[in-house]
Design a protein around this ligand. Structure first.
Ligand code: ADP
Ligand code: MG
Length: 256
């Protein structure tokens, strides 16, 4: 089944930009149904890693596999079709449109051709639309957006908009969700809500989560396993307890 959980295997991935090695032979495995975090100081290579996994950048060498599939050279839409969804920046949300319409965009890849082009004139197209809308509303409820379905996204507070982004990614019915700094710019209360939602995605929906985060404290509470990068190299990989006490990690964060 395409929906079965699958491991994400990152093997010796190197990314070079002109004169700069942003990632150097980085390897880690995201176990099915787990929350895995990639952390590290600014410039460590976290976003580069995220962009390789989602197909935005191409690795100079190494491989990325998900289940049986080789993702290494695939474009973003093919990776998404294999069940690896990512959030996009706010700009990708349509600020003037209500939450539910933004979520319906997330279901687009699941719809058959004709869903839109038939203009909903056919009863079968209307039924399919209603089915997708019901599922999008259900996911909105799961993400704590049930009261905001008809609110234009641009009118919502920042922390709620970030949950809309996450809900839209969930609307793709992914097996693995990639989140790049999901709590960046949030206040304490918004961070707590987002952390709870990410935990619920894993526990309640059985979706694996790969979290790229700057905030070490936040992922310590949330992640089953953590990979630590510094200057493009993997300096630690383990459970939160193992990583926390690692002298190399302490040094990287304290800069001594
Ligand atoms: P992080 O997300 O951990 O802060 P990045 O992955 O954004 O780190 O950056 C890692 C290194 O790669 C940095 O030195 C950054 O300047 C460089 N870098 C990232 N993207 C590019 C790019 N498109 N072109 C050139 N250098 C880049
Ligand atoms: Mg970054």
């Amino acid at each position: 089944d395409a929906r079965d959980p699958a491991p994400l295997e990152v093997r010796a991935v190197t990314v070079r930009f002109a004169g700069l090695t942003a990632l150097s032979e980085v390897s880690f495995t995201v176990a099915p149904g787990s929350v895995h975090a990639v952390i590290g100081p600014n410039g460590a290579g976290k976003s580069t890693c995220f962009n390789v996994l989602s197909g935005v950048y191409r690795a100079t060498s190494g491989s990325v596999r998900f289940g049986g599939a080789e993702l290494t050279a695939l474009p973003p839409h093919r990776i998404a079709a294999l069940g690896v969804a990512r959030t996009f920046q706010n700009i990708a949300l349509s600020a003037h449109q209500p939450v539910i319409d933004n979520l319906m965009l997330g279901r687009h890849r699941l719809t058959r051709a004709g869903f839109v082009s038939s203009g909903l004139r056919l009863p079968s197209a209307r039924r399919e639309w209603a089915r997708h809308r019901a599922r999008a509303a259900e996911i909105a409820g799961f993400a704590g957006l049930g009261d905001h379905l008809d609110t234009p996204v641009g009118l919502l507070p920042y922390g709620v908009r970030k949950r809309v982004e996450l809900a839209r990614a969930l609307c793709m019915e992914p097996r693995l969700l990639l989140l790049d700094e999901p709590v960046a710019g949030m206040n304490g209360e918004e961070r707590t809500e987002m952390a709870a939602l990410i935990g619920a995605v894993r526990r309640g929906l059985g979706i694996s989560v790969l979290l790229v985060e700057h905030d070490m404290g936040m992922v310590m509470r949330l992640a089953d396993r953590i990979t630590v990068l510094d200057f493009g190299r993997r300096i630690a990989d383990g459970t939160p307890g193992q990583v926390q006490d690692d002298p190399e990690v302490v040094r990287a964060y304290l800069g001594t």
